[in-house]
Design a binder for this molecule. Structure first.
Ligand code: G
Ligand code: G
Ligand code: NA
Ligand code: MN
Length: 251
């Protein structure tokens, strides 16, 4: 396919960019981290949505070199931020299950000089579908480096609580679906968020509510006890320069 051919050349043509969306503490509203989100501006196809090219990159395994670029770029750019601000990088199953994934993480940290504690790896539940043992092992090694691991899109996929017994995720990310539902008074969404927060708290994990767009959503999330909030209400994904400017303005 034409898109695939273009994707094969995107790295060498420097067509990728990372944008960063702030994650704030629910209590102070201070920025605690940024999630790095990949953008592709193709010469032939213009700006292509990640919803389209990420699955293609996964199917073709191009996600392995692309994901490695993402890791390096995110670590490099995070070096410009204050020490307490982390960077979260999305990692696909194909990438995580690569033989030398952990070595690639080490190399991104070493080459950038970023402390391991400032890198958070975000994975979705789907990574446990294919090879649970291998996924567990890779994540344990990443945690042993001092990086944190967040469980993304929690509750939307193939939830099994088994891996919560095995792995100490730093954060469970509550999907936007539940956040929206809670704000409209949907009793099931409210009950689910309450249960996830209680479970995370007793497991020593934090919670991030995703996709908060309105004051009403922020209010209900706070009331339910989520510790961190990510969403358009506090900031859209922005260029590295704009992310940096947030700190320049506030200090
Ligand atoms: O940024 P949002 O705008 O459109 O992202 C859409 C989807 O693409 C999300 O599910 C997000 O996790 C995924 N995504 C964005 N950037 C990356 C990346 O660098 N690597 C992987 N594997 N997925 C990403
Ligand atoms: O799947 P993942 O959670 O990694 O990706 C986050 C996705 O959610 C990105 O596509 C990002 O642009 C999007 N996003 C972040 N905040 C909001 C929000 O407040 N509203 C909506 N509609 N999308 C959001
Ligand atoms: Na994510
Ligand atoms: Mn998510």
């Amino acid at each position: 396919r034409k898109l695939e051919v273009a994707l094969r050349h995107a790295l060498e043509r420097k067509e990728f960019e990372l944008v960063y969306q702030p994650v704030v503490a629910a209590d102070t509203e201070g920025v605690v981290s940024f999630e790095a989100l990949l953008r592709w501006n193709s010469k032939e196809h213009g700006s292509v949505s990640p919803v389209k090219f990420i699955p293609l990159a996964e199917d073709t395994r191009l996600i392995v070199p692309i994901g490695e670029w993402v890791l390096h770029q995110a670590c490099r750019e995070a070096m410009n931020w204050p020490e307490h601000v982390r960077v979260a990088v999305n990692v696909s199953g194909e990438q995580l299950l690569e033989q030398n994934f952990v070595a690639r993480v080490v190399s991104a940290l070493t080459q950038s000089g970023l402390k391991a504690s400032r890198l958070e790896v975000e994975v979705t539940e789907s990574i446990f579908l294919r090879d649970t043992a291998k996924a567990n092992a890779a994540l344990e090694q990443v945690m042993a480096l001092g990086c944190s691991v967040a469980l993304d899109d929690f509750g939307t996929g193939y939830s099994s609580l088994g891996y919560l017994r095995k792995l100490r995720f730093s954060t469970i990310k509550v999907d936007r679906m539940f956040v929206q539902g809670a704000a409209t008074g949907n009793p099931e969404s409210l009950a689910i968020i309450r249960a996830v927060v209680a479970m995370a708290d007793s497991l020593g994990m934090s919670t991030t509510a995703e996709g908060a767009e309105t004051q009403a959503e922020v209010d209900i999330i706070r009331q339910l006890g989520c510790r961190k909030i990510q969403g358009y209400f506090f900031g859209r994904p922005m260029s590295a320069a704009d992310a940096l400017a947030l700190f320049r303005d506030s200090t």
